[in-house]
Design a protein around this ligand. Structure first.
Ligand code: SAM
Length: 294
């Protein structure tokens, strides 16, 4: 019986056999900790009914544990040098398909329809993410209009803190709000840098995203306007909400009068800081501004 891919010695052997050196530019840090790998499968509640999309299989350590637990696994890997390695190590698993693909360029709804035998069963994303593109990947997943059952991903600890931050804290910002708009975020557990080969220079955390349990009390009239406003309000975190709105409105007097009226209407103090406002406050501000303009 062969040892798991995620075993430290087996990983070393695979890398040596195929002459692979981890590529920094692709954020390659391979997991060599079976407790962490099994912990990820548990945190994602993977069952035999699940369709799993894995982002960045690397040399297949996580892919293997997913293949054992899920119905089907489709793994997207950008680095062509890893395809023969994956082909070799994943031979025992006939429910895995590796696709040479940049996740940021993938058409996920189409991929789900073409690759999964039962696309109506739960679709989960599970990944040890390439850290240099954590936010763009999350934004793409949320913009893709797929009804994700679960997104269970490893990321840098500091980014995990931003995803789960509460208003009024330093970590709270536009990323927090973009996630909160659609999903509920929880940190499952932290992972030491020593669990990887090569070791990254940051610690990590597993974040589990599931659809919001309750609907938003109010919806914005336009999502893009909402997130444009949020980004503008957080452009200078140390400044007041009012000063950020002034820059956002290019100091236009007429527009700023509308902003003053909108803030008064929803009873938000212009001198408050952008991180004090909740998602619902930003939605109400977006809608109040819209009403001022018509
Ligand atoms: N899953 C493996 C593990 O846990 O050991 C490897 C994780 S490693 C942190 C990130 C993986 O993502 C690498 O295999 C890297 O080549 C891949 N990757 C980087 N950018 C990518 C992209 N844009 N699309 C798909 N995969 C990407």
């Amino acid at each position: 019986k062969t040892t798991a891919i995620g075993n430290y010695r087996r990983t070393r052997e695979i890398l040596e056999k195929h002459g692979i050196h981890a590529k920094k530019g692709f954020g390659q840090n391979f997991l060599t900790d079976l407790n962490v790998l099994n912990g990820i499968v548990q945190a994602a509640h993977i069952t035999q009914d699940d369709n799993v999309i894995e982002i960045g299989p690397g040399i297949g350590a996580l892919t293997e544990v997913l293949a054992k637990a899920a119905h089907q696994v489709v793994a997207l890997e950008i680095d062509g040098d890893l395809l023969p390695v994956l082909d070799d190590v994943l031979t025992p698993y006939n429910n895995v398909k590796v696709i040479h693909q940049d996740i940021l360029k993938a058409n996920l709804p189409e991929l789900i329809q073409t690759e999964f035998a039962n696309p109506q069963q739960p679709i989960k994303v599970v990944a040890n993410l390439p850290y240099y593109i954590t936010s763009p990947i999350l934004m793409n997943l949320l913009a893709s209009e797929v009804n994700w059952d679960t997104i269970c991903v490893m990321m840098q600890k500091e980014v995990a803190e931003r995803l789960t931050a509460k208003p009024g804290t330093k970590a709270y910002g536009s990323l927090t709000l973009a996630i909160e708009y659609q999903m509920q975020a929880k940190v499952a557990f932290n992972v030491s840098r020593r669990s990887f080969v090569p070791a990254p220079n940051v610690d990590s955390a597993i974040v589990v995203l599931t659809p919001r349990p309750n609907e938003l009390p109010e919806l914005p009239y336009d999502d893009k306007r909402l997130f444009g406003l949020i980004r503008g309000c957080f452009a200078h975190r140390r400044k007041s909400l009012w000063n950020n709105l002034k820059s956002l409105m290019s100091n236009d007097r007429a527009k700023l009068d509308l902003v003053t009226n909108a803030l008064a209407e929803i009873q938000i103090d212009p001198q408050t800081r952008p991180e004090q406002l909740t998602l619902n406050d930003y939605i109400r501000l977006t809608n109040a501004l819209h009403q001022q303009m018509v």
